[in-house]
Design a protein around this ligand. Structure first.
Ligand SMILES: Cc1cc2nc3c(=O)[nH]c(=O)nc-3n(C[C@H](O)[C@H](O)[C@H](O)COP(=O)(O)OP(=O)(O)OC[C@H]3O[C@@H](n4cnc5c(N)ncnc54)[C@H](O)[C@@H]3O)c2cc1C
Length: 449
């Protein structure tokens, strides 16, 4: 990717574009520790669970392999989105209309939950409650988008169709021809959000042990967790390790990590911003088979994500650049925003989401005493949902099952053994890329006419 940013610098950032390693690293776990609950993983899910437990008087410790926010929570696109536009085709028939309504409600409640918590914890993360637009870049995408919007509305999540004139009236950049506007949610700086949760947890007296990799645990009414230099004991263990969970030996046949990549431009000048229009700065996602996401940040940069997903053989999650994905994102940048000319790229990064074949959350209990709780499989929608999951898991541990947790319980389809899974996933992703490339070619041709 040499010269990728047009200035002879490499733009790859291994920690993503939003966070740096904290300048107050929390001490590694050494020796023995005991608590009511041990939470493994300090992303949205782990930190929210710890905060909810601490608020209810439980003694909780968090063990994090790197630092809080190192995973997808510090690398995502920052869309706080609800239940409109989910991959309904993958789960509606399996779970039925009534459970699907409750699942969609879970996603929508995730938006309200985060909005509430930003106020409660005093987190300023540049939240823009603009709603989100799922847009088409070519007329051939309209039918699918309208159908999906209708399903979302039937399942209880709001959405309004915007035709070409309505998109132009909002000042949406012209590459996005029509769309479904979801009035709830918006965009935020996920780095500031996750670091705000970290600060709130520390303020609440929750010990977070960073640089503390969990190696194994014992089953039983008291669980002992082994780390490189210490051991912790508790009656409950929460694995909030999302895409990394299969590497811990759990959910290996239920979820798989998928690599998602992102690109951020240099800040736009006042003239470039004016050429864009886009006064509401709504987060835009496209209705491709593998979506593109396009948003402005508070620092006036553009962040693009996805377009290409990658599955790495054997459920691995190497923290490495994905240059082919960055090239595709750069192409999308120039195609969707030709008015910006050769805008320089400031950074590129990749992270991992966890994906189940039905694209639904995978939450439940394991162990002989059912006292090992896990949450994974939130696909690319974990900002709201994995935060809300903290409340559901905390209540469950303290003896109450929230309605929405019950709603998420279902049989997750099993994944395939290797090398079959690698072949199937990469074939499916290649077909999606081919179909999306065809739409993009048609959009390019139409723009030239
Ligand atoms: C590029 C990208 C864009 C995305 N965009 C969006 C978006 O716009 N909106 C949205 O809703 N979602 C988005 N997502 C998904 C979202 O970021 C995730 O669903 C969410 O952050 C998951 O949170 P989490 O806390 O479950 O997991 P993570 O944030 O991944 O946290 C898991 C933590 O576990 C730690 N860990 C792993 N193994 C161990 C171990 N052995 N011992 C101790 N600790 C361990 C990891 O270091 C990590 O910090 C995106 C994801 C990516 C990668």
């Amino acid at each position: 990717m040499t010269d990728f940013d047009g200035q002879g610098r490499r733009a790859y950032r291994p920690l993503g574009g939003w966070v740096e390693a904290p300048d107050d690293p929390q001490p590694e776990l050494e020796g023995e520790a005991a608590a009511d609950v041990i939470v493994v993983g300090a992303g949205f899910a782990g930190l929210s669970t710890a905060l909810e437990l601490a608020a209810r008087g439980a003694k909780v410790i968090v063990l994090e392999r790197e630092f809080a926010g190192f995973g997808a929570s510090g690398r995502n696109a920052g869309y706080l989105a609800g239940g409109q536009g989910l991959e309904y085709d993958l789960f509606l028939k399996r779970v039925g209309q009534e459970q699907a309504k409750q699942i969609v409600r879970f996603y929508d409640e995730g938006v309200d939950y985060v909005e509430r918590k930003l106020g409660e914890y005093g987190i300023d993360c540049d939240y823009n409650a603009s709603g989100i637009i799922r847009a088409g870049v070519h007329p051939s995408q309209e039918k699918k988008l309208r159908e999906s919007m209708r399903t979302g509305v039937e399942l209880g999540s709001p959405g309004e169709f915007l035709d070409y004139a309505a998109m132009r009236a909002r000042g949406i950049p012209p590459a996005f021809l029509f769309g479904c506007h979801v009035p709830t949610g918006g965009t935020l700086d996920p780095g500031k959000y996750v670091m705000g949760l970290r600060r709130a947890a520390l303020r609440a007296g929750v010990p977070i042990h960073e640089n503390t990799k969990v190696l194994s645990w014992t089953d039983g009414s008291t669980i002992t967790v082994q780390t490189e230099r210490g051991r912790a004991r508790a009656p409950f263990l929460v694995l909030a390790t999302n895409a990394y969970t299969p590497q811990l030996g759990l959910l290996r046949n239920k979820v798989m990590p998928l690599r998602v990549s992102a690109l951020e431009t240099e800040p736009l000048s006042a003239a470039q911003l004016a050429s864009l229009g886009w006064p509401g700065r709504e987060g835009i996602v496209t209705s491709h088979w593998t979506m593109e996401s396009h948003r402005l940040t508070a620092r006036n940069t553009l962040v693009l994500t996805t377009k290409r997903l990658r599955y790495v053989y054997g459920l691995q999650t190497p923290n490495v650049p994905d240059e082919a994905a960055y090239r595709e994102l750069a192409k999308a940048l120039h195609e969707r925003f030709p008015m910006l000319g050769d805008l320089a790229i400031r950074s590129c990064w990749s992270g991992y989401i966890s994906f189940a074949y039905d694209a639904l959350p995978v939450v439940g209990e394991a162990g002989a005493e059912r006292n090992i709780l896990y949450t994974a499989g939130c696909s690319g929608h974990g900002l709201g949902t994995q935060s809300l999951m903290g409340l559901l898991l905390a209540e469950r541990i303290l003896g109450t099952e929230h309605q929405l947790l019950s709603a998420l319980r279902h049989k997750t389809p099993s994944t395939l053994p290797e090398p079959l899974q690698w072949c199937v996933m990469n074939s499916a992703l290649s077909v999606a890329n081919m179909l999306d490339d065809r739409v993009n070619r048609k959009a390019r041709d139409a723009a030239l006419q």
